[in-house]
Design a protein around this ligand. Structure first.
Ligand code: NDP
Ligand code: GDR
Length: 323
């Protein structure tokens, strides 16, 4: 039975990846950071019914010694580095924490692999945010980067360090440049979940408006369940490499709203308000990925459409709030 080690297992992707790998017969070790809220920390794993099937271990991406110790002890064949301060808006409020975890944390993980387990295969969760002020449309593996936030700058550092450790030390280190992916387990602060939770509240009479920031921003949105399969596929290749993972379709925040309200049988225009306080100091206006290389080399394709994604998220939020 192969062993996989996941940082960020309590997050959206960590939960879906754990479920996916368990289905493939892996022994899954998930690193969690110490929290005063340990009774609720496994909420996403519980939602997917895998909490009692994974082994949770104590560590922190900012503590290199904990990472080395964990790799020495568990000797995983595959290491998935998903942990990060992942909310772009917060990265302007906490640029140093973001740099420390989302940027330097990657180097801690790479160093731990290099020192303790250089034969392990390594996955780094890179991001379409690195394209930022886009230099070409659509964006592919060869499009130049132009980060627009402390988060994106930190991710770019982690990305290049992953490439560098592959080239310098021969690590099997791959970087997945993933475009936005969502699910019912998306954090409530991200726009899609803010919308589907808002729609569900309006539908149930718990709220009468939905307040948003820049509704013109466009994103290439897929489903997290599809995207974790791409992470795994990257680590099954003989050679490590970098891949864009996206759907090849872009839609505005407003369009995602329209689909979500429609899924609940409501007309969007009666409920949307905008608040300039929610605008970002520098915005990423348009993301559209070209997943051609992933299709060609990995045989990967997204399955869930944007309409299905919005409907699934609204249904899940209605279910949660009706309890
Ligand atoms: P989440 O924000 O849902 O999860 C982040 C995870 O990182 C949580 O488990 C969190 O733990 C953990 N974490 C944060 N800081 C530390 C730390 N210092 N030490 C250990 N663990 C820590 O993110 P997603 O699941 O959405 O994303 C997974 C990864 O993919 C992230 O790196 C993100 O930046 C990247 N990404 C995400 C995309 C998306 O659309 N979802 C697209 C492209 C990249 P806790 O529960 O304790 O907070
Ligand atoms: P993003 O996701 O920044 O793309 O990063 P988010 O859902 O936060 O924002 C997407 C777009 O929606 C606009 N927006 C709002 N955003 C939020 N959160 N709340 C609002 O009320 C709102 N109104 C409009 C934003 O301005 C933005 O343009 C996500 C994260 O998962 C990153 O970790 C990941 O790397 C990238 O996706 C790819």
């Amino acid at each position: 039975m192969p062993t996989a080690f996941i940082t960020g297992i309590t997050g959206q992707d960590g939960a879906y990846l754990a479920k996916f790998l368990l289905g493939k017969g892996y022994h899954v070790i998930g690193m969690i950071r110490r929290s005063a809220s340990s009774d609720v920390i496994g909420e996403r794993l519980r939602w997917l019914d895998v909490l009692d099937k994974v082994t949770l271990v104590d560590g922190n991406l900012t503590d290199l010694s904990s990472l080395i110790r964990l790799l020495q002890e568990h000797k995983p064949e595959e290491v998935y580095n998903l942990a990060a301060q992942s909310f772009v808006a917060t990265s302007w409020q906490q640029p140093l924490v973001t740099g420390n975890v989302t940027g330097l944390g990657v180097v801690n993980m790479l160093e731990a692999v290099r020192i303790a387990l250089p034969e392990a295969r390594f996955y780094q969760a890179s991001s379409s945010e690195m394209f930022g002020k886009v230099q070409a449309v659509p964006q592919s593996e060869t499009t130049p980067f132009y980060p627009r936030s402390p988060y994106a700058a930190a991710k770019l550092y982690g990305h290049w360090m992953t490439v560098n450790y592959r080239e310098s030390f021969g690590l099997h280190a791959s970087s997945g440049i993933l475009f936005n992916h969502e699910s019912p387990l998306r954090g409530i602060e991200f726009v899609t979940r803010r919308i589907t939770d808002g729609v569900a509240r309006i539908k149930l009479g718990l709220k009468d408006r939905l307040t948003l920031g820049n509704t013109a921003a466009k994103r290439d949105w897929g489903h997290a369940g599809d995207y974790v399969e791409a992470m795994w596929l990257m680590l099954q290749q003989d050679a490590a490499d970098d891949y864009v993972i996206a759907t090849g379709r872009t839609a505005s925040v407003e369009e995602f709203c329209r689909l979500s309200f429609a899924a609940a049988g409501l007309a969007m225009d009666d409920y949307i308000h905008t608040d300039p306080a929610l605008l970002r100091p520098a915005e990423v206006e348009l993301l559209l990925g070209d997943p051609g290389k992933a299709a060609r080399v990995l045989g990967w394709k997204p399955r869930v459409s944007l309409e299905e994604l919005a409907a699934e998220m609204v249904a899940a939020d209605l279910k949660r709030l009706s309890r």
